[in-house]
Write a protein that binds this ligand. Sequence first.
Ligand SMILES: C[S@@+](CC[C@H](N)C(=O)[O-])C[C@H]1O[C@@H](n2cnc3c(N)ncnc32)[C@H](O)[C@@H]1O
Length: 237
Amino acid sequence: MDYKEIISDVESSQHLISMTPAEKLVEIGYTAGMNSNSSVLDLCCGYGEMLKIWNEAFGIKGTGVDLSKEFINEGEKRLKAAEIKDISLVCADVRNWVTDRKYDFACLCGEEFGGIEGTIHLLEKYIRPDGKLIIGTRYSRVDNPPVELIEFEGETLSLKDIYHIFYANGYFITSMATDTQNEWERYIMWSARRNLAAYKNDPNDPGLLEWCKKWYETYFGFRREYEVYGTFVIEKY
Ligand SMILES: C[S@@+](CC[C@H](N)C(=O)[O-])C[C@H]1O[C@@H](n2cnc3c(N)ncnc32)[C@H](O)[C@@H]1O
């Protein structure tokens, strides 16, 4: 067993705030046609880890935008340590950030603005006429998910509903990759450790303890069984 490889894999996975494993992101990058001439915009990029993975795998160039200064700073450190110069990260609210530049791929994973349709329209502003969109979103494994999941997450569509929204907006899914329980466990526990540390830092805030409790209960009671996370590459038909 290569322990160093396992630890480096865990370290990287903590910078990917997504339940699609890194190797599947490489797979969809490959099938979507990413190469060293490709430009990729990643809105809500977190640490910019998806851009880093696609740069290392295919040599893409790109821009990541995220609201969190903490994520952007840490992401920049990781890019510098890996000697990657073709990716720039910007700390901004994607609802106000604008650029004239057009990209081959525009991506938004793990957040949405105006549902999936609104997210498509946001991304379309930044792609070339033959560009592709990459959308990472959660969905329900069943047609009628439990009300507790909807109360926690808001509207929770099925995969069939998501397909219909893509289609109604002129797109077909041409690559897709879904989660694994392992990625969920890593993500839920990464977030739980951050939540618990915040509570320990401020034990007089009862709201923090309540949130920690809700986080675990919703995951073990509902999310694990009913929720799926998928990353979809879509292109115009
Ligand atoms: C679930 S994380 C996904 C991160 C990344 N896409 C990934 O898969 O690793 C959602 C990200 O959206 C960012 N975010 C939320 N609202 C935003 C906004 N209005 N503008 C920019 N970033 C935002 C958060 O800071 C967070 O990093």
